[in-house]
Design a protein around this ligand. Structure first.
Ligand SMILES: [Mg+2]
Ligand SMILES: [Zn+2]
Length: 190
């Protein structure tokens, strides 16, 4: 199957230093939801891997997070697209979990859920840790210059980003790149 793994905050929706705590605070980036729908129409399944330490920090609860994701799913569906699954790390940084990016736990969960070997799976995000988590399990890293990476427009890529990172202006440009490119489907997990 054709699978892409996307970061959420700063990649699909506007990021906030104050965290996204309510559906009202969740606002899609221009063209991002349309990009997901275009990927779907080209046969790509989309999974989201997101650090949500606001849960562990007590800034919002799972009910609120579910409401945020319901808004996201509904907004994508209104454009004829679909996010197949949202995997998130609910822990705070000091909990020592295995799923907070840059650790690859969320990616491993996605691989298991979809029965996909993650080697060569494309992943897009706006911060080094997104890409480091993907690279740890063999994914192809893509940086979108939105969210935390918006300030990198027109700049050389800092060394904190993994080797082989492909840079795109935003999620729409990433989708266009992927759709235009004849890509081999990931192999089923052994
Ligand atoms: Mg992000
Ligand atoms: Zn975690």
């Amino acid at each position: 199957m054709k699978l892409v793994i996307l970061d959420r905050d700063g990649t699909i929706n506007a990021d906030s230093d104050e965290f996204i705590k309510t559906p009202e605070e969740w606002q899609p980036l221009p063209g991002a939801l349309e990009a997901i729908a275009r990927l779907n129409h080209a046969g790509w399944h989309v999974a989201v891997a997101s650090n949500q330490s606001g849960l562990g920090r007590g800034l919002f609860d799972v009910v609120s997070l579910n409401a945020i994701h319901a808004k996201m799913h509904k907004a994508v569906a209104a454009l004829g697209g679909r996010i197949d699954a949202v995997f998130y790390c609910p822990h705070s940084p000091d909990e020592g979990c295995q799923c907070r990016k840059p650790l690859p736990g969320l990616f491993e969960q996605i691989g298991e859920r979809f029965g996909v070997d993650l080697k060569g799976v494309h992943t897009a995000g706006d911060s080094p840790r997104d890409l480091q988590a993907g690279v740890a399990v063999g994914c192809q890293p893509h940086l979108v210059l939105t969210g935390k990476a918006e300030g990198l427009r027109g700049q050389p890529l800092p060394e904190t980003y993994p080797a082989g990172t492909t840079v795109h202006q935003d999620l729409s440009a990433f989708a266009d790149w992927l759709i235009a490119r004849p890509a081999a489907a990931p192999r089923p997990a052994a």
